[in-house]
Design a protein. Structure first.
Length: 181
């Protein structure tokens, strides 16, 4: 995949209180997700009456279509059926992609949001808004609103970025690079 090697952090278990161990579930499903060319963003188990709901969030450099979600859902279901990580409870598997409200915290999140308008807290600068011009393993270049030029920030000084929802179209040159045309 473009963008160099991907090193997904272990999804953090949520405070769900369920009997299934989310870390063990992630250990079972992460190789399946990786083999499909995706990143495992999160695993969460919640109680729903006598059942459990296993919510898995995946992402990729090319996004996750409904067909992709259906394929990976079947593959994850097959992998989960081979081991007993869900305990004795029946469960429902939900596979989705991150929403626009997902905070940009990892370099791959920033890279996948190139062309988007974001709001982010920068150490010693406060909250700034700008369009992501580029993102690489070392940092992000933003076209900061109100500035005449772009500014470069290392990840160490950036808080979690928040994509700003825009109504309308991306500028032509940015839309073309996001679509690969």
């Amino acid at each position: 995949m473009p963008g160099g090697p991907r090193h997904a952090p272990r999804p953090r278990p949520s405070a769900s209180g369920g009997s299934a161990d989310e870390g063990k579930i992630a250990d079972v499903i992460e190789p399946v997700v990786t083999a499909a060319g995706m990143d495992l963003e999160s695993v969460r188990v919640t109680a729903a009456g006598r059942r459990r709901v296993l919510r898995v969030v995946v992402d990729s450099d090319h996004g996750v279509s409904l067909d992709d979600a259906a394929v990976i859902s079947r593959q994850l279901s097959a992998a989960l059926d081979t081991v007993a990580v869900m305990g004795d409870f029946p469960y429902t598997l939900e596979v989705s992609s991150p929403g626009v409200d997902r905070p940009l915290t990892d370099p791959r999140h920033w890279r996948r949001a190139v062309g988007r308008l974001v709001k982010v807290t920068v150490a010693d600068s406060g909250v700034i808004s700008g369009r992501i011009v580029s993102a690489d393993p070392d940092g992000v270049t933003l076209d900061v609103e109100g500035d005449e030029k772009t500014r470069r920030f290392g990840y160490a000084v950036l808080g979690a970025g928040a994509i700003q929802v825009e109504f309308g179209h991306l500028p032509t040159e940015l839309g073309a690079t996001r679509d690969g045309h």
